[in-house]
Design a binder for this molecule. Sequence first.
Ligand SMILES: [Zn+2]
Length: 1046
Amino acid sequence: MAPPSGPPGVTPSMIRAPPSQLGQTPLPGSPLSNAPPYIAPPPGRPMGAPAPYMANPNPNPNPNPVSQPPQAGPPAAAAQPNPVMGLAASLQNSMIGTPASQSFASRPFPSTAQRPVSVPFSGSLNQNPLGSKGSGPFPGQPASQPYPGPPALASQPVRGPPQLFPGQIVGQPPMGQPPMGQPPMGQPPMGQLHMGQPQMGLGPMGPPSMAAPPMGAPPMGSAAAPFSGSAWQGQQRQGGMLAPVRMAPAGMGQQSMVSTPGAVMGYSPHAGAQVGTPSKIDPNQIPRPVPSSNSSVVYFETRQGSVVSPPPPATSDFIVRDTGNCSPRLMRCTMNQIPCNGEILTQSCMPLALMVQPFALPHPSEEPIQLVDFGEMGPVRCVRCKAYINPFMRFIDQGRRFVCNLCGFCNDTPRDYICNLGPDMRRRDADERPELCRGTVEFVATKEFMVREPMPAVYFFLVDVSMNAVGTGATAAACSAISQAISDIPEGPQTMVGIATFDSTIHFYNLKRSQQQPVMLIVPDVEDVYTPLQTDLIVPLGECREALEQLLESIPSMYQTNKIADSAFGAAIKAGFLALKPTGGKLLVFQSVLPSLGIGSLSSREAEGRTNVSNADKEPHKLLQPADKTLKTMAVEFAEYQVCIDVFLMTQTYVDIASISVVPSTTGGQIYYYYPFSAVSDPAKLYNDLRWNLSRPQGFEAVMRVRCSQGLQVQEYSGNFCKRVPTDIDLPAIDSDKTIMVTFKHDDKFQEGAECGFQCAILYTTVHGQRRIRVMNLSLPCTTVLGNLFRSADLDSQFSCFLKKAANGIPTTPLTQVREQIVNHCINILGSYRKFCASISSSGQLILPEALKLLPLYTLALIKSVGLRNDGRLDDRSYWASHVASISASLAVPLVYPRLISIHDLTSMEEGDSVLPAPVALSSEYLSDEGVFLLENGEDALIYVGGMVNPEILQKLFGSPSLEGVPSQLVLQQFDNDLSKKFNEVINEIRRQRCSYLRLRLCKKGEPSGMCFHSYMVEDKAPGSLSYVEFLVHVHRQIQIQTKSN
Ligand SMILES: [Zn+2]
C-alpha cells in the first residue's frame, strides 16, 4: 500500500514488484509509465490526506528529448540500460498472457507506391488550431489452438455424415511444438490433418501430418526469422505465435475445421430453433481463446529489414522493439498485408482499417519514443503531400533527393540534411537518426505549427449539488475524489484549476489567494449563461491548493439541506466552458440526475423506452439518439476552443446518456457511469477513475491526420473527436485510453510486391506546454493473393471494427437488424474464405481461417452483449455504445468476451505461476456449485458464488460464513488469510492490466444477480439465442447456402 515512489532508475527487476506497484514507476525518460496500479484507497480516507497511491509523476509523454538528431545515438541506450536482460524471467512471473488469438509469421515484401495527397497537413496545422477565433478574443492568453482442451478427439467417436471427423476441429497447419506459455496456436497433436492434403478417413487418432511445418520453424519464404534469438535475449518462441505464413498457393494456409452435422435445416438464428444434432460437436474441440497457464512475454520487432511480422495479439503481453514500423499498440491494421486492389478487398469481405491509439501505454521495458528537433527549419517533409520524413522515404542521388513513400514525389533534400548513402543505399546516418530508423518519433513543433502559445494544463471541476446528488452521497464522493486527485496533479507552473457547483443555478468560486474564503458568485440565468468574472475563476494550482481543498471539504455540508431538485447541466457546462474559453482545458463534470432545467435540458424519455425497449422491432433505437441538437451544437463550439468534457454520472435513475454522451464524444472526452450509484462502494472507483483521468499520458489541443500511400484513401475516422475539415480531426484532448478507428478504401491499384505506407501525425500540446508532432509510420506489403489477406488478418482489430460498427448502428437501426448485420458480416468473411481459399471441400466441415477462427465466438458474444441484447436498459446501452466508440483493440475483446477465472482454488496455484490463473471458457459447464468465480470485462468484475460453497471459503473471502447481509455492491477487503490475499492480488493485477478500477459485484446463484452473471456465459443457450455449438452450426449452414447459390 505504500506509494511506489517513482524515483527514476527503475530497473527491470522492478517488474517483480507486487501488482500494486507495477507500472507505478516510470522509467527514466520513458514516454509514459506503465498502467496505473489501482488500489482501493482506504474508504473514508480524510479529505486532503495524501493519496495512498501516487499518480504517475511523469505524465509527460516525451521527457527524453533528443535535442539534436545527430547526437541521438543509439536510441535510449543510456536511459535504459539493459532493457532486456533478466526481463523474461521476471515478466513470466508478473505478466499474464491473455486469452485469445494467435499470431502469424512474417513474410517478405518490397516497396513503394505513390499518391498525391491534396491537402497538406501543414495547411491545417498552420491554421489556427482554435479555428477562426483563436487569436482574437484572448489577447494575453495566446493562444487461436489448440483448443484448450486436451485433444479429446477420441471421446467422440467418428460418426455421421461427412466421413471426416465429426466433432472435430482440424487445425492447420499442425504445429508440432507445444506452445510456450502463450496462446498456443498449435493444434492438439492428434487428429490433425495437414492442410493441403486432407486425408479423408484418417481417424481422429491419426498421426500428425508429416508435411506440416513444425511450429517453431522459421516462417517460410522469409529470409529472416521474425524473432531472432540473438537480438532478443530471453525471448521465447511462441509455438502459436509463429504459425508459418507461407506464400503458398492461395488458400492453402492456416485453417481450422469444425465438423458439423450435415443435416441441419430450416433453422433460424434467433428463434432458438432446434438444431439438428449439435451434440456431435465436441464442445471441447471448438475454437476458444487459449489460456496460457504460465504466461510469458513475447518480444516483437516491428520489422526485420524488408520483412514485416504481424504483431502479437493485442490482448497478449508483448514487448515491442520499434525497428521501422510503429508499435502495434499505436497503430494496428485489420490485415497485415494490404490488398493490391479494391476487388480483392471486397472479395475478402474483411474491413480495411487502422486502430490508432496515439498515446497507448508502452510496456515499461520498451524504449521511449525519441524526440527530434530540427530547429528552426522544422521537420523535413514531402513538398507535395506534406508527409513527414520517415524510414520509408528512399534517398537517391547521393542523398541529395528523396522519394516520398506516400505520394511518390521526388523531393530535394534540404541542404543541411544531406548525407551520403552507404553501399546498402541507405543513408550512412540512418541508424543514428530516429526519424530514419524508428516507426514512431516526435518532432518539436516550430512556430509554424502554432497560432498561439501552447495552452497550459487547465482543469475545471463542475459538481452537481442538487437535492438528489447531495442526498445520495454523490456530491460528497465527487468533492472527496477531486480533493484527493488534485494532490496527484503534476503541478507545473502552468497547471490551473477552477471549480463551480450547480443545481438550478450555477455557483462559481473565486479562489484567488487574496480571498480569505472563496467567494461564491451565483449565475442565476440558465438560459443565457455568462460568467461572473473575467478572471480569477481559474487560478494556478499552486496558488489555490489550500483554498480549494477547504472549499471541497465544505461543499457537501454547504448544500446538505438543499431542496432544489432541478439540475441545469447544460447551462453549467456552458458556464464552465466560458471560464475555459480563453485557454482551453478540461472540464470535468459530476452529474447525478437528468438535466431538467435551462439550456440543453432533457425530458425523461425512459418511460417511453421502457414500454418499447423489450420489443426490438418497434423503434426504441430512436431513444438512443440525442433528444435534440442543442448539446451537439454546444459541444462543437467547445471543441473549437479546445475544451474537452468528461462526464462522471453518479446516478440511480435514467439520465439520458444518449443525449449527454455527445458532449464528451465530440470534445475528446468520455463518460464514466456509476449506476446504481452506491455511496459505500463507488467512491473508491470514482477517485481512481478521476486520478487516472488526470494523470494518464495525454495531450491537449490536438489535430490528427492519417495519410496513406497512393492507391488507398482514408474513408472515415471514428472515435471521440470533432471534425471540421474533411482531412483532419480535432481533439481538444487525447489520452492513452482513446483509440480512433480509420477506415480506408482503394482509389487505385498497388503493384504486387509494393508496400503501402500509413502515416499518422498528431500535433498536440503536452501537459507541460510543449508543442509536439507525434508521427507514427506503418508500411505493409501489398498482395493480390486472397489467402494472404486471411493469413495476415488481425483478429483483435477486425473484431474492434465489428464492435464499433455495431455501436454506430445502435442509434439508427433496430437491434435485430444490427445483430443480423454483424452475424452476416462474420458469415461473409468466413464464406469468402471457404469459397476461395479453403483447401478441403467437404460440406460437412466448417472451415475457418486460422487467424480468424475465434471470429464466430466473438461475434456470438457480441450479439449477446449488453449493447445488443433486447433486455438492456436504455442508459446501459447508450453507455455501452459510447464506451465502445473509443475502445482500444486490446480491450475490445475482453469487453464482449470477458475473462472468467476460478477463485476458490487460488491457493492451490504454485509459486512462480502468474498472478492470474488460466481463464475458463464462458460456459455454465465450467461453473461448479462449490466454486467461487470472477468474471471481468475491463469495466465490471462479477464475483459469482455457487450454491454449495464451503462456508470456510466464504469466511476467508468475505469475512462471513454466509453471504446473507453481504451487499451486492462489494467493497473488497483483505483478510488475514492466503486466499483473501491472493484474491486481492488478482483483482489488483486485473486493475493494472485494464487501467480500470472495475466495479465489483457479488452474484449469488439463484438470485437475480446470479442470472445477470449467467448472461455472460455466452457459450450457453439462452432464451432467444443460440449456444456456441448451435451458432457454429448456423454459420456453417449459411456458408453452405452461400456456396451453393453461387
Ligand atoms: Zn509525398
